[in-house]
Each structure stands twice: as structure tokens, then as C-alpha cells.
Design a protein around this ligand. Structure first.
Ligand SMILES: [Zn+2]
Length: 137
């Protein structure tokens, strides 16, 4: 049996993979990386909240230059998931303006980033188009 570990600790892998954010108990600001204090109000307490697995592309850039070893082009985007902005790549679609657009509906998708010598898979995430997704056609 293969074990799977998320590439980032805010990706939860279960039957229905999703992202979780740390939400400030003072001002409800949301963060994906661990924080000691809220950048908005300075409070120290956070609660874990699940993030919607579908969203809309709010902005995107087609990246064609990257450090060697990073396949290009790819689509770097900010996805609005029910009010929470998530930075992620748009995947499972050709990286061209004909296939990615502002306001496009997308859903969370996971993929295997790599496997270590013990067979443990590292799992990353991106967003794929809701319409015309490869497995839906
Ligand atoms: Zn706060």
C-alpha cells in the first residue's frame, strides 16, 4: 500500500481532498501558512476552517520562464474559493489564453509530485477547469 503525504500542510488528503486555512479568531483573516500572530490585528489565536473545493479564477499569469527543472509554460493563478484567495496553478488544461480565462470555474485537483525511495508519494494540488475536465468528457 502506498502512503501519501501532502506537499503542504494545508492540503488535507481524505476521500474528498480539500484545503484548510487558519482563520484569526479576532478578525477572521485567513492564512494558509502557519503564523504566530495575525498580520491584520495581531491576535495569537486561530481556528482551522475548510476551504471550498471549487472557485473562480480571479487572476492568472502564463509563466514561460522558470528555474531549470521547472516545466514551462504553466499557469499561476489566484483562485477565489468562496471568498478566500488561494494561490495555485491551473492544471489539467493547456497553458494558453484559449483555455484559461478570468472568472473561469475551477475545482481543486491533486497530483503526484514525486515518490521517495520508500514509495511515499508527495501530493500537490492545483485547480482544474470545471467544464471540460479530462475525466468528465
Ligand atoms: Zn486578525
Amino acid at each position: 500500500m502506498t502512503s501519501r503525504i501532502p506537499l503542504v500542510d494545508y492540503l488535507v488528503l481524505d476521500d474528498d481532498p480539500h484545503l484548510v486555512a487558519q482563520e484569526c479568531t479576532g478578525c477572521n483573516a485567513r492564512y494558509f501558512e502557519r503564523r504566530n500572530a495575525c498580520a491584520s490585528c495581531g491576535r495569537l489565536e486561530f481556528r482551522i476552517v475548510p476551504i471550498a473545493t471549487t472557485g473562480e479564477v480571479r487572476s492568472f499569469t502564463i509563466v514561460s520562464l522558470a528555474p531549470s527543472g521547472v516545466p514551462v509554460p504553466f499557469v499561476a493563478a489566484v483562485v477565489d474559493c468562496d471568498g478566500t484567495s488561494v494561490r495555485a496553478n491551473v492544471i489539467n488544461t493547456p497553458p494558453s489564453p484559449e483555455h484559461v480565462s478570468l472568472g473561469m470555474k475551477v475545482r481543486l485537483a491533486t497530483y503526484v509530485v514525486g515518490t521517495d525511495s520508500a514509495g511515499v508519494e508527495a501530493i500537490g494540488f492545483g485547480f482544474e477547469p470545471l467544464e471540460g475536465a479530462p475525466d468528465g468528457v
